[in-house]
Design a protein around this ligand. Structure first.
Ligand code: SF4
Ligand code: SF4
Length: 204
C-alpha cells in the first residue's frame, strides 16, 4: 500500500465524506463527488456561496474519508488551497467532463459564475484495513504532509508480565525487553493500556 494507491481507491469509492470546521469550531461534513484525481493530488469543485467554501477559505482544514467494499478505511487530512485564478476554468471543465451529472446541476455558464476549485496537494493519509487477518493499518503522505502518529507504545517500564499480550484481540504484541506492539496490526483498542500493572504503556 502507498499514498498513490490510497488515492486510486478513493477514486473508485467515488463519493467521499469531506469534513471541515465551521466558524463556531463545530464539525461539518458533506458528501462530495465532483473530484478530479491526479497521482498525488486531489482537485475538487464546489460553489462559492456554500458554507463548505467559506469554511475552506477561512479555516482550510479538511478531512476526507472513504470506505471501500473490502473494509478499508482511508482518511486524508490536509489543508485545502484554492487553485490559481487562471487555472480555475480549466479544472472546472475537466471535473465536469468526468462527472457529466454536474452539467444538469450547473448548466451553461452558471458553473463558471458559481464554481470554485480547490486542491489538496499536501496531506497525511491513514489507511486501516479491517478486511484482512491480522488487521492492517499504516500512514502515508503526499507532498509535504506530516504523519501524525497515533496509538500505543510500550516503554522501558515493562516488567515482562505478559498481561498485555493476553488481552490483545489481535495478538499484535511481541515478547521482549520491553514487549513491543506491532504497530501495523494494532487496533488502538486500549486493552493493553488498561491491563498493564506497571503503567508501561503510553498513548500517543
Ligand atoms: S502488561 Fe505491561 S508490564 Fe506486562 S508485559 Fe505488557 S507492557 Fe510489559
Ligand atoms: S491497543 Fe489493542 S490491538 Fe493494540 S496492542 Fe493494545 S490490545 Fe493490542
Amino acid at each position: 500500500m502507498d499514498a498513490k494507491t490510497c488515492l486510486k481507491k478513493l477514486e473508485y469509492v467515488g463519493v467521499l465524506a469531506f469534513a471541515t470546521v465551521d466558524k463556531n469550531g463545530a464539525p461539518q461534513i458533506r458528501n462530495i463527488s465532483a473530484i478530479h484525481y491526479e497521482p498525488e493530488r486531489m482537485i475538487f469543485f464546489t460553489a462559492k456561496g456554500k458554507a463548505f467554501c467559506e469554511e475552506l477559505m477561512t479555516d482550510g482544514r479538511v478531512q476526507v474519508l472513504g470506505y471501500t467494499k473490502y473494509k478499508e478505511m482511508i482518511r486524508l487530512s490536509a489543508k485545502a488551497e484554492v487553485i490559481a485564478e487562471d487555472e480555475q476554468e480549466k479544472w472546472i471543465d475537466i471535473i465536469f467532463a468526468e462527472q457529466p451529472y454536474l452539467y444538469n446541476v450547473y448548466p451553461d455558464d452558471t458553473r463558471k459564475m458559481a464554481g470554485i476549485v480547490f486542491e489538496i496537494k499536501n496531506a497525511n493519509i491513514e489507511y486501516f484495513n479491517l478486511g484482512v487477518n491480522p488487521i492492517f493499518r499504516d500512514f502515508y503522505t503526499i507532498g509535504d504532509g506530516n504523519i501524525e502518529k497515533k496509538g500505543y507504545y510500550i516503554t522501558d517500564k515493562c516488567i515482562g508480565c505478559g498481561k498485555c499480550l493476553k488481552s490483545c484481540p489481535q495478538r499484535c504484541i511481541e515478547e521482549g525487553e520491553p514487549y513491543n506492539i506491532l504497530q501495523n496490526h494494532c487496533l488502538h483498542c486500549g486493552n493493553c493500556f488498561d491491563v498493564c500493572p506497571a503503567k508501561a504503556i503510553e498513548k500517543r
